[in-house]
Design a protein around this ligand. Sequence first.
Ligand SMILES: Cc1cc2nc3c(=O)[nH]c(=O)nc-3n(C[C@H](O)[C@H](O)[C@H](O)COP(=O)(O)OP(=O)(O)OC[C@H]3O[C@@H](n4cnc5c(N)ncnc54)[C@H](O)[C@@H]3O)c2cc1C
Length: 545
Amino acid sequence: MTAEVERAELSLTGWGSTESAHELPNAARKWLRREIGWTPRTTPAEALASVTTAATRLPDTSSAALIDIVGADHVQTDGPSRLRRGAGRSYLDLIRRRGGDVTGLPDAVVMPGSHSEVLAVLARCATDDIAVIPFGGGTSVVGGLAGGAGEHRAVISLDVARLNTIGSIDAKSLLVTAGPGLRGPEFDTRMARYGLTLGHFPQSYEFATLGGYAATRSAGQASTGYGRFNELVAGLRLATPIGSWLVGRPPASAAGPDLLGLVLGSEGVFGVITELSLRVRPAPEAKHYEGWSFRSLPRALEALRQLARGEVLPDIARLSDPDETRANLVMSASTKANALQALLRARGHGGGCLIIVGWEGDRDAIGVRRRAASALLRRCEGLRIGRSVGQSWLANRYSGPYVRDALLDVGLLVETLETAASWSDLSDVYETTREALTASLSTEGKKPLVMCHVSHVYPTGASLYFTIIADRNDDRPLQQWLLAKRAATDALLSMGGVLTHHHAVGIDHAPWLAREIGDLGVAVLHAVKDRLDPTGICNPGVLFG
Ligand SMILES: Cc1cc2nc3c(=O)[nH]c(=O)nc-3n(C[C@H](O)[C@H](O)[C@H](O)COP(=O)(O)OP(=O)(O)OC[C@H]3O[C@@H](n4cnc5c(N)ncnc54)[C@H](O)[C@@H]3O)c2cc1C
């Protein structure tokens, strides 16, 4: 059963609509000019509504067959529908779109309403040699939706939006079955009625879907406490061109290797996830967020390591390096931020770094965990700066992509990249990646702002999430970023970082996959794909390149 969906859509050239547009404060503008040598200018996005899209290549016979399966209302070949599914939301996607490039669109959008309809669509596409790109929320930042038709005669976007129902809710076992097309807020609102939560809050929460999270092995802002999305999936149903596959048996099984783990992170190359069995937990009775300051990054990293080792990690532990701390304080341009900067300077913490820590759950348990963590943070020379910083972070946790739209409008390059490393390698990976990005993006009188935060902490190491702002090269914006990304990826891999901690591989990271999982690892994945998708129609180009 499906429910028809009426919901907010991402803008075609960014994240938010004109109503949600953010203004860059004057103080931030001045600071960026000084900091990176930016020349302010207006660089608005093309209005794509008037752009002509290429004619569909979907053969009439295939179109008729797909309409027979899902109904005429659910096969769309008009320009706007194809544009909406034709790209993710990486900097490269947005720069192409903003410049009016609408090549590489799917030839049609097909929206099945059930698992059996997905199976039938895949079988027909295999027969007709049509590639299929599963589409969730369209928030991929690694080109996961950009593989195109490959060698095939046409390509459809298989949008799972109509697979949006909640199946069973087993509150006793804390297991819920749900459709992959549900967005985070839609799922959480339903769960709240039963006093349950999933606890998955990526920055793309407003638009990304449950299926997309599973297909990319996403991590949310609270994953240190609640676990990564792959840990929240107890099982799933996969529709492949050769039939159905049900993987994962909660609570746990030792029946051979973990096949669920093989499908999680498969980015649509084995088929389409049509149902998920999710591990939920009771909604937290209380939440407590607060800020701490450290004089230097090494001290703050050591504090996080000790929290992990002492098994007193908060549910959220987010450490901004000195550049990100400074940028957040300056760019918010608020009186509170100015007062905080003054306080930090007065306490000898000017130029240091902030950590946001957060606990969720039973009120008494939070008290116990918070006291243990606070004692340790103090021993590591941390300075508690109170709840308002934590509350402010919580209130603004999804605003980043709206700010990015504003930065793109004024001639800036703004992009992120992420990795993870063991505690032993973390500092080297951090330094080397920063150096590579800075060297690649510096030109006469201009240098990039390279900021970083740690957002996920493990006993063995942590993630590093870099945000880069630089004056855009208006003549060669794509090459400017591609060179920097290549340099940074080579650098972080050479120092022991992972190719991606939570954004997945897509087409952007595919050239490096063998460096991380080995040629044999790639061959194993190919063998699985050949078995499940013998004609290679499922998301060609993604993961393997
Ligand atoms: C501003 C911004 C912030 C972000 N923040 C985070 C973050 O905090 N944490 C994080 O992990 N990621 C983040 N991301 C990346 C992105 O949101 C995640 O990768 C997310 O999991 C993608 O979900 P989606 O529904 O949008 O999938 P899509 O972008 O639609 O698809 C992603 C990939 O999965 C495949 N796919 C989608 N649905 C299915 C399905 N049902 N079956 C099989 N394959 C499928 C697609 O073919 C594609 O290859 C961010 C992205 C942006 C733009």
